[in-house]
Design a protein around this ligand. Structure first.
Ligand SMILES: Nc1ncnc2c1ncn2[C@@H]1O[C@H](COP(=O)(O)OP(=O)(O)O)[C@@H](O)[C@H]1O
Ligand SMILES: [Mg+2]
Length: 213
């Protein structure tokens, strides 16, 4: 049987997110409570849940599907684009965001080499602090402007160790009604982790195992 477990079992809320460690859990939960107002920079290797958290954290704060203003960093080409990104939100909150805690600016694949654009971000982060919550994801944390880093909280995401991912994997098999020897499943996760430290690979390995059963 063919199944895309990564899509089918994509965590819908933070309660389904697999935390790689306690430190990550504590910080994410602090954001989810709505108490943290500084921009958040999620960084680290591919497939570790950065984009996923960019969606699940706002949903947790709002306790429902939050209205996200989601942009790919490559689409921001001038300082004006940055001001418009934040400015657009002002109209937005007048229209229908009265009850929300924040306007959410979600920037994917953050990589900015132009100083004027970085400066525009710093201005907006100062101006809109507490009103907008900016959540950035990037594979290039070392290239992020120091002033942006200084205004933000950073969180490095890493792949989950096999034993951390195991309960989620087991749940997939149980939900599919497929019986598997759990030691075979654990072994499969361990081999996968040795080859690539990327949560996406676990799902691919699970799909393969499901096909065999
Ligand atoms: N910690 C995690 N817990 C549960 N699922 C995860 C986790 N990290 C990644 N995934 C799964 O892998 C997919 C890819 O994750 P994504 O957030 O796009 O990674 P990144 O943005 O870090 O490259 C997600 O849709 C999700 O199904
Ligand atoms: Mg991503």
């Amino acid at each position: 049987m063919y199944i895309d477990s990564m899509t089918k079992y994509r965590p819908q809320t933070l309660s389904e997110f697999v935390y790689p460690n306690e430190e990550t859990k504590e910080l994410v939960e602090a954001y989810a409570s709505g108490e943290m107002k500084s921009s958040l920079i999620l960084h680290g290797a591919s497939g570790c849940g950065k984009s996923l958290l960019q969606e699940l954290i706002p949903n947790a704060i709002e306790n429902s599907n939050a209205n996200l203003q989601r942009v790919l960093c490559a689409d921001i080409q001038t300082a004006k684009d940055v001001h418009e990104l934040y400015g657009k939100n002002k109209k937005f909150d007048n229209l229908f965001k009265d009850n929300d805690h924040f306007n959410y600016i979600i920037i994917e694949e953050f990589l900015i080499t132009n100083q004027k654009i970085s400066d525009a971000f710093k201005i907006e982060l100062d101006k809109r602090n507490g009103v907008d919550l900016t959540i950035i994801s990037t594979n290039y944390f070392d290239k992020v402007d120091k002033g942006i880093v200084s205004r933000s909280i950073e969180l490095e995401l890493i792949a989950c160790e096999p034993k951390k991912f195991f309960p989620h994997a087991k749940r997939i098999f149980d939900s599919e009604g497929v019986h598997i020897d759990y030691s075979v499943l654990m072994n499969c996760l361990e081999v996968t982790y040795t080859l690539n430290q990327d949560n996406r690979k676990y799902y691919r390995a699970i799909d393969k195992l499901l096909r065999k059963h």
